[in-house]
Design a protein around this ligand. Structure first.
Ligand SMILES: NC(=O)c1ccc[n+]([C@@H]2O[C@H](COP(=O)([O-])OP(=O)(O)OC[C@H]3O[C@@H](n4cnc5c(N)ncnc54)[C@H](O)[C@@H]3O)[C@@H](O)[C@H]2O)c1
Ligand SMILES: O=C(O)C(=O)C[C@@H](O)[C@H](O)[C@H](O)COP(=O)(O)O
Ligand SMILES: [Zn+2]
Length: 364
């Protein structure tokens, strides 16, 4: 039996902003590969206090001869804040970073989103490299150039589109990822299939056990399929003028759940899991889809071990108020991603708040 870990290389095609996503084991130590992406003499590694003790040294061995420093966040979604962007920018100033400096984001989506936004701000935009260490960041947040931070009023309300120069996904880092975080990452994999790839959804149903057991061959195939799907959407609609909004399936509900819970109840991926199911129920209520599709989604989420219920203690009216602040909304009306069934999502404008409230109330 072969024990070789599969490797995948995916290109995100965006003209002069095109880049490569490398997926495989031990890529952190493959210094020659990613060091070639650094143009100048300065590098700032942004990570957090959980990840740095595990992986920072392996990375920084590749920075020999450069002026580099690190900026470490406290762990958690609450630290994806404007205040920390300010501190990261101060770290760049202290380093004396010039316009050809590079930020390296070593961590999950929190680190990647904040590091990318810091890179977009410093001297009006410098390079950054994504080195994702969670499943969620490998399959979603490291690709596509959405960067930003939260405000108390809501998730990701401040940000910029700023593409990375490369994505280095060392799947060996997932060995230390807690099981709950791994499952949360799978929600964003399932999301891709639910939006636009019914064949991938079937494959996920068939491989749910292997994926839950972290079978490496199945895992690399799942990561690569999701990244390839997202890369295609981003290449066609980089700044979310249309199709890219589909990648928000489950997020209008999910972000509201995350924010209302002060980021202590549901992880992002868990919010997306519950949110996708609420979107499926709303689609059913509006006569767009059939209950068999809702059921298949629910069963796949459960097979992976993801939550499918809204936790207790949420107020439907408060969730609706948070949903009104979603960035997709226009002209004072709700714009949600709903579906016609597996693999067929659609952007729906002018959704009646009464229907949203009804679905929220039924879920509580
Ligand atoms: N920009 C985008 O397109 C995009 C897409 C999806 C999600 N997001 C954002 O990403 C964030 C969620 O990302 P996440 O799920 O990676 O969460 P996260 O960054 O908070 O990481 C999850 C947890 O795992 C820990 N961790 C990370 N790597 C580890 C490893 N290898 N071993 C042990 N522990 C490790 C972290 O310290 C943290 O406690 C949210 O802020 C969400 O809004 C952005
Ligand atoms: O890349 C995208 O586009 C996405 O919507 C991916 C989402 O999974 C991700 O959570 C993203 O951060 C949401 O962005 P937002 O614009 O809804 O804040
Ligand atoms: Zn997401």
């Amino acid at each position: 039996m072969s024990t070789t870990t599969p490797q995948e290389t995916i290109h995100v095609t965006l003209g002069e902003r095109s880049y490569t996503v490398w997926i495989g084991r031990d890529l952190l130590d493959d210094h020659a590969r990613w060091r070639a992406m650094l143009r100048g003499r300065h590098a700032l590694v942004i990570s957090n206090r959980t990840i740095a003790p595990l992986y920072l040294e392996r990375l920084t061995r590749g920075l020999d001869g450069l002026h580099w420093s690190s900026f470490l966040l406290e762990d958690g979604e609450a630290h994806k804040s404007f205040a920390n962007v300010g501190l990261a920018l101060e770290a760049l100033a202290t380093l004396g970073a010039t316009r050809d400096a590079c930020i390296i984001a070593l961590g999950g989506g929190v680190v990647g989103d904040l590091a990318g936004f810091t890179a977009a701000c410093w001297m009006r935009g410098i390079d950054f490299i994504q080195m994702p260490t969670t499943l969620l960041s490998m399959v979603d947040s490291s690709v596509g150039g959405k960067t930003g931070v939260n405000l108390p009023a809501g998730k990701n309300l401040v940000g910029a589109f700023h593409q990375p120069r490369a994505v280095v996904a060392d799947i060996g880092t997932l060995d230390s990822l807690p099981a709950r975080e791994y499952r949360a990452g799978m929600a964003e994999v399932i999301k891709g299939a639910a939006i636009g790839d019914a064949i991938f959804f079937n494959w996920l149903e068939q491989h749910a056990q292997a994926l839950a057991a972290r079978d490496e061959t199945a895992l690399v195939q799942a990561i690569a399929t999701k990244v390839r799907y997202k890369a295609g959407v981003v290449a066609r609609d980089e700044t979310e003028q249309g199709e890219r909004a589909l990648l928000n399936l489950g997020h209008t509900f999910g972000h509201a759940l995350e924010t209302a819970g002060h980021y202590t109840t549901l992880l992002h991926g868990e919010g997306v899991a519950v949110g996708m199911l609420l979107a499926a129920r709303l689609s059913e209520r509006l006569g767009m889809s059939h209950s068999t599709d809702t059921l298949r989604l629910e069963q796949l989420l459960k097979a992976i071990g993801l939550p499918t219920d809204v936790p207790t203690g949420y107020d439907p009216e408060q969730l609706l108020a948070l949903m009104r602040l979603d960035k997709k909304n226009t002209a004072g009306t709700l714009r949600l991603i709903l579906w016609h069934g597996i693999g067929l999502a659609e952007i729906i404008s002018g959704v009646d708040e009464a229907d949203v409230l009804a679905v929220l109330r039924e879920a509580m």
